[in-house]
Design a protein around this ligand. Structure first.
Ligand code: NAD
Length: 352
């Protein structure tokens, strides 16, 4: 039976394919811009400098200090540099941290953004900005935040370390799994979610075998785009709330935390969202939580929160925070239930 739904597509322009980095200049011109401000982390500074050389006079300035969780102090520094060089658009090259900085600038001055996405986090296709100030992470949503143009060039991802690729790929799958049981899910986001999970399920093992396999890199980036669109389209639930708390309160790393929790949150919600999750479960032999755990193990992903530095005492604190503010979730979020979930994730046990 077809249920009722609302479908609203977000405007986006996506350029996909090996070698598409060469199209940044044309995209800057297409936006009617002449002075691009380039962003990356220190780790990708060399790639950014190469891009600046490629852009020639279109590159007005460069900032290489993007940092995880978008600290407001870094944004203010970058914004001052943006203004000082008279830039009229942003080109962000990197993962969620660099993309977050570009979004933070655009939220403040509405500058157009071109993003060259080099991880599987999916931030490039959402209108969500998470930023931190005085140790507190807050989230804003605004149409100004969503980048105007996204370039996916799989050739830039062959150097993404295998461990990061695996964690980031599972991070992407988490958007899709939660998208399937979202209260505002619709048939289009559900199709994207299942196809995104399938693409990553198939691509990640091939990347572990050969990180330079351009077909596998291409398939993973394709899957992460679809998962990112789901993240940007519908509401997220228990999984993202728990990861947000573990990242913000316990300072755990973003992608790895998502990778560890996903099998457990999927297993927790499975009994209450059986129909919605059925097409994803079918990709894992019918058992989504167990199947995701087995995949993560086979890929060499981190499995235990204790290995990320979580203290056992933090479990009760995080469970307390998880039940504090109500949000939509298929299964009741109880303190006991969440403590049990986190304890299994802490130990790295297979979900029940
Ligand atoms: P990241 O951007 O922090 O990247 C991790 C490291 O890998 C960095 O040093 C980066 O420079 C390097 N790197 C990235 N791509 C590379 C490549 N292809 N080759 C070599 N090195 C590469 O990691 P992430 O997981 O992509 O992003 C995490 C951040 O993004 C978090 O702050 C998270 O909150 C945010 N995020 C936001 C959204 C959103 O919609 N707002 C969505 C997902 C993630």
């Amino acid at each position: 039976m077809m249920r009722e739904f609302i479908y609203q597509a977000a405007p986006s322009r996506v350029i996909f394919g090996a070698g598409t980095l060469s199209q940044v200049s044309a995209e800057v011109a297409r936006l009617g811009c002449k002075r691009a401000f380039l962003l990356s982390t220190a780790f990708q500074a060399k790639d950014l400098t190469a891009l600046a050389e490629q852009l020639g006079p279109l590159a007005a300035g460069q900032f290489n200090d993007a940092a995880m969780h978008t600290p407001v102090a870094v944004t203010e520094k970058a914004l001052a540099a943006y203004d000082a060089c008279g830039a009229d658009c942003i080109v962000a090259l990197g993962g969620g941290s660099t993309i977050g900085l570009g979004k933070a600038i655009a939220w403040r001055n509405d500058t157009p953004q071109i993003v060259v996405a080099t991880t599987y986090a999916g931030s490039e296709v959402t209108d969500i900005l998470g930023q931190t100030k005085d140790g507190e992470k807050s989230t804003v949503r605004d149409p100004k935040i969503r980048p105007e143009v996204v370039i996916y060039d799989p050739a830039l991802t062959t150097g993404l370390p295998v461990a990061m690729s695996v964690a980031s790929g599972l991070n992407a799958m988490a958007h899709a799994v939660e998208g399937l049981y979202a209260p505002d899910a619709n048939p289009v986001t559900s199709l994207l979610a299942v196809e995104g999970i399938r693409a990553l399920r198939d691509a990640l093992p091939a990347i572990v075998t050969d990180p330079t396999d351009i077909n596998a890199r291409s398939a993973a980036l394709y899957g992460s785009w679809l998962c990112g669109v789901v993240l940007g389209s519908v509401a997220m639930s228990l999984h993202h709330k728990l990861c947000h708390t573990l990242g913000g309160t316990c300072d755990l790393p973003h992608a790895e935390t998502h990778a560890i929790l996903l099998p457990h949150t999927a297993a927790y919600n499975a009994p209450a969202a059986r129909d919605a999750l059925a097409p994803a479960a079918a990709l894992f032999g019918g058992d989504l939580g167990g199947g995701l755990h087995d995949l993560a193990r086979a890929l060499g992903a981190p499995l235990a929160l204790k290995d990320l530095g979580l203290a056992r005492d933090d479990i009760a604190k995080v469970a307390g925070l998880a039940v504090k503010n109500p949000y939509a979730n298929p299964r009741d979020v109880t303190r006991d239930g969440i403590e049990a979930l986190l304890t299994r994730a802490y130990e790295g046990a297979r979900p029940e």
